[in-house]
Design a protein around this ligand. Sequence first.
Ligand code: HEC
Length: 153
Amino acid sequence: MRRQTWRALAIVALGWVVIQPGVSAQDRSADKLTVSKRVYDKRLLLAKPQLSEDALKGRALWVQRCAYCHDGVGTPTYKTLGPWMDAGTVRPEREAFVREFIATGSRRMPGFRYTLQKEQVDQLIAFLKSVTPDQKPTAEQLSKAPPTEAPTQ
Ligand code: HEC
């Protein structure tokens, strides 16, 4: 090996030896650590997801592709371009229309014919079926400015 390479290696090794005690000394100074405690509701944490697997996948797709124009999930995003949607939107007699609309889009909504597979549209519809009308933002919520922070639970 060339001399320069040896020198570089020696510097790295020396650096390691010098830095090590510093790090462990820092670890030992427990008074510098702050311990924060967070209380979780274990029943909620361990509860099975409320949604079916399909609806959960649909929810993820909804958040990625649709929510910014329709509505956030449970958190109203206020004055969205598109209308609120819930189980009523996808009731059986409307399902064919909804599928066609998602595929084609409109002047104000992109069509998803080439970007969503049939299976993904099924998942989106499964998700919408799980959205109950009582989650719709109220007139009072809509009249307020959007929240600047995520809600705390
Ligand atoms: C760029 C904004 C935008 C995005 C993104 C968007 N939409 Fe829309 N959507 C609209 C608007 C606006 C309307 C209202 C109809 C119109 O003005 O053309 C609408 C209407 C609809 C309707 C018809 C509702 C009804 O009952 O008449 C469905 C269904 C729909 N959207 C589903 C979706 C789905 C599913 C996604 C995501 C894959 C999505 N949209 C993404 C803007 C959007």
